[in-house]
Design a protein around this ligand. Structure first.
Ligand code: ATP
Length: 337
């Protein structure tokens, strides 16, 4: 395993992704800016339907109809804007430059071929010069995740448990030595202990290979262990982003506060944990203007109904919330009074 180049930076700029619906094209991701700092793990959390997977797919320019990337750019150091890539360039980028495990990856293996055969196919399609080294690397990765590599490579998907398949997916995302890795719900099929182990291994491999990694999950507790940065998504927007410990210790957006309150592990007291009231919006119920979170928000103001809150960044933390901004402005006025 050679790792000569350094981790690349990734800049997602003003990204909008729409899906065609009977009511017309509706945005699942809207005006998202997100920077993945080289060598870091960024976690993206949010309830089901917030746009996390759509964002992950965009990093590979892999949004499929009825979806379409309507605007924006995804710039990866050394590759340029992946949204302008097509055909063979795009195929080569996926896997080799940007490794990925998509949601339900454990079901996307070919049932008719052994894992080893699929690994060799992957290597061939990316012109890997030394298939033996590829198999060796795959076995090492599988062994680190607690699996007997030789046995797994000789197996068909139906011979493996959900958790084993998930680990195979992670191995396939890492084995070509891509420098940018996108993991969409990498540990959902695993029990808590295995989940923690796999996340730790992801972290180790990430550091050893100097990767830039994006991990999508709806499990805020799990991401706290592994990520450097945390982006919180709601209704297709990133409502808060910052260093993971700071965001979890002093969440600013009312949605982040609600998410954290709902997790006893993080809120610290099981009797205080309470579910976020209401439901996340669907594409059809997303308000066309104003704050996407206002229907469930305890701090709703009149302006939230009419104006989209802009993202304000201070000291490395970003929040998009009118109430937070107003409180900050009041505090600032007091300080100068
Ligand atoms: N193929 C599709 N056609 C129409 N709408 C879609 C399609 N795929 C996703 N959507 C909608 O886009 C929105 C964002 O979905 P997405 O899967 O990106 O969210 P998510 O946060 O990853 O959710 P989950 O955690 O459930 O995977 C949702 O409202 C979803 O219903």
């Amino acid at each position: 395993m050679t790792s000569t180049t350094h981790a690349p930076g990734v800049r997602i700029r003003d990204l909008t992704v729409v899906y065609r619906t009977p009511a017309g094209e509706l945005p699942a991701v809207r005006g998202v800016d997100l920077e993945l700092v080289p060598g870091t793990i960024t976690g993206v959390v949010g309830e089901s339907g917030s746009g996390k997977s759509t964002l992950a797919l965009s990093l590979l320019n892999a949004v499929q109809p009825p979806g379409r990337i309507a605007a924006g750019a995804v710039e990866i150091d050394g590759l340029g804007d992946v949204l302008t890539l097509g055909g063979e360039d795009l195929r080569r980028t996926r896997g080799r430059q940007v490794g990925y495990v998509f949601q339900a990856a454990q079901n996307s293996l070919n049932p008719l071929k052994t894992i080893g055969k699929q690994l060799l196919d992957l290597g061939r399609s990316h012109d890997v010069a030394d298939p033996r080294a590829l198999v060796r690397d795959a076995k090492v990765l599988l062994a680190r995740m607690g699996l007997d590599g030789g046995r797994v490579l000789d197996s068909y998907q139906h011979e493996l448990s959900g958790g084993m398949r998930q680990r195979v997916g992670i191995m396939l995302a890492l084995v070509l030595n891509a420098k940018v890795v996108v993991l969409d719900e990498p540990t959902t099929a695993l029990d808590m202990i295995t989940q923690a182990t796999i996340l730790r291994i992801i972290r180790e491999v990430h550091e050893e290979r100097e990767l830039t990694t994006l991990v999508i999950t709806h499990d805020v507790g799990a991401i706290a262990e592994v990520a450097d940065g945390l982006a919180v998504m709601y209704g297709g927007r990133i409502v808060e982003h910052g260093p993971v410990r700071k965001v979890l210790a002093t969440p600013r957006h009312p949605y982040t506060q609600g998410l954290i309150r709902a997790i006893p592990r993080l809120s610290g007291d099981i009797s205080l944990a309470r579910a976020l009231p209401g439901r996340p919006p669907t594409l059809g119920t997303l308000p066309a203007q104003g704050c996407v979170f206002r229907e469930r928000c305890e701090r709703r103001l009149a302006v939230c109904d009419t104006d989209d809150p802009v993202v304000i960044t201070r000291n490395g933390r970003s929040v998009a919330c009118h109430a937070v901004e107003r409180a900050a402005a009041v505090a600032m006025r007091k300080e100068y009074a």
